[in-house]
Design a protein around this ligand. Structure first.
Ligand code: NAD
Ligand code: MG
Length: 390
């Protein structure tokens, strides 16, 4: 049996991961589940999966969970809490494989712990790579970890790359990576309407059902910006080698353009169980419960150039990656604060980009030398962004 730790099991990716695991219970077992505060969902998942460990990041939630597991007669499940608990289950010997699906910077240390422990890492938590790409990739290499992308675009690029890709695009004959984007819910509305957009409207993604933070990121296209940075680290590419292509149907999940004129693409129904199952079983393939793509229903595929005026966050992400160093961590931190404020109705939708841009101007980027320095840049950017909200 292959033991799987699911970091962020109660979230959108986590739930889809447990669905795929349950289809192959002869092969995979969830050895640890983790969540922030959602005790009810964690209890339900514990009943269904019977993991060895259940971790709540929140201490009070961990106490409640322990009581409820005891009442349910599930004393065999050990409850852990806090960051230490997350790191423990990400690096323990029982976990052959770690699904990194915590949202935001909170996922960095547990994901990094999995890299240090040489795990097979299924990476959904793109913010970890955005914050500390160099450190993360070094830890993966130095500890013989295997990093497999779960983000649908990066999984599509991975599938469209040569199987023996060793980190040199030119040698592999790759001219460009074509990163597709749906354009989110505000792709074609009047730009003047964006000021008054509500969290509910921003979270109503046309093609995907996702957590609230990534839904807002998709609406501002910061998500695509974070994905450009993620792709640079995963495939050792320069930002100029990555072209964002708006493709509203979300059927092509990304493409690789080769020097001989071939363009390889991965297509499928928009369902995260495909990249999850691909990363889980690679190089094999397993059934994932996904509807077969019906090209006759799709009928047409459209493509557009992204508009930096409508989507300033995408421009800011390109700029952060071009600046290098801690700039991406600063961008990510400011974005997390601004998105949270928007979701809590303390900030206008269009002000998300302004908060990010002003924070990037206020905090100077440095060459990355250590994780402590990245965390300090993250903390400083959060303080500046919070002050900008006032
Ligand atoms: P979500 O909000 O639905 O779930 C987040 C999970 O993280 C939950 O289990 C939550 O309990 C946990 N969590 C939140 N804050 C935490 C904290 N401080 N400490 C510990 N755990 C915490 O998010 P999601 O949509 O599943 O996204 C998860 C990650 O996957 C994100 O990085 C996102 O960018 C990436 N991703 C998601 C999708 C998608 O379709 N949902 C697609 C591609 C990439
Ligand atoms: Mg994606």
């Amino acid at each position: 049996m292959i033991g799987v730790t699911v970091l962020g099991s109660t979230g959108s990716i986590g739930v889809n991961t447990l669905d795929v695991l349950a289809r192959h219970s002869d092969k995979y077992r969830a050895v640890a589940l983790t969540a922030n505060k959602d005790v009810a969902k964690m209890l339900e998942q514990c009943r269904a999966c019977l993991p060895d460990y259940a971790v709540m990041a929140d201490e009070a939630a961990a106490e409640t969970l322990a009581t409820e597991l005891h009442q349910a007669g599930l004393d065999g499940i050990t409850v852990l809490s806090g960051e230490a608990g997350l790191v423990q289950v990400a690096s323990m010997p029982e976990a052959d494989c770690v699904m990194a699906a915590i949202v935001g910077a909170a996922g960095l240390l547990p994901s990094l712990a999995a890299a240090r422990a040489g795990k097979r890492i299924l990476l959904a938590n793109k913010e970890a790579l955005v914050m500390s790409g160099k450190i993360f990739m070094d830890e993966v290499r130095n500890n013989n970890a295997l990093l497999l992308p779960v983000d649908s675009e990066h999984n599509a690029i991975f599938q469209s790359m040569p199987a023996d890709y060793a980190g040199d695009l030119t040698r592999s004959g790759v001219r460009q990576i074509l990163l597709t984007a749906s354009g989110g819910p505000f792709r074609s509305c009047d730009i003047s309407e964006l000021d008054a957009v509500t969290p509910e409207q921003a979270c109503a993604h046309p093609n995907w059902v996702m957590g609230r933070k990534i839904s807002v990121d998709s609406a501002t296209m910061m998500n695509k910006g974070l994905e450009v940075i993620e792709a640079c680290w995963l495939f050792n590419a320069e930002p100029s080698q990555i072209q964002v292509v708006i493709h509203p149907q979300s059927v092509i999940h990304s493409m690789v353009d080769y020097v001989d004129g071939s363009v390889l693409a991965q297509l499928g129904s928009p369902d995260m169980r495909t990249p999850i199952a691909n990363a889980l079983a690679w190089p094999e393939r397993v059934e994932a419960g996904v509807n077969k793509l019906n090209l006759f229903d799709v009928a047409r595929l459209d493509f557009e150039k992204p508009d930096f005026e409508r989507f300033p966050c995408l421009r800011l992400a390109y700029e952060a990656m071009q600046q290098g160093g801690t700039a991406s961590a600063i961008l990510n931190a400011a974005n997390e604060i601004a998105v949270d404020a928007f979701l809590n109705k303390h900030l206008k939708f269009t002000a998300i980009a302004s908060v990010v841009e002003k924070t990037m101007q206020a905090v100077s980027s440095e060459t990355v030398t250590s994780l402590e320095q990245v965390l300090a840049a993250d903390a400083e950017a959060r303080n500046i962004a919070r002050a900008l909200l006032q």
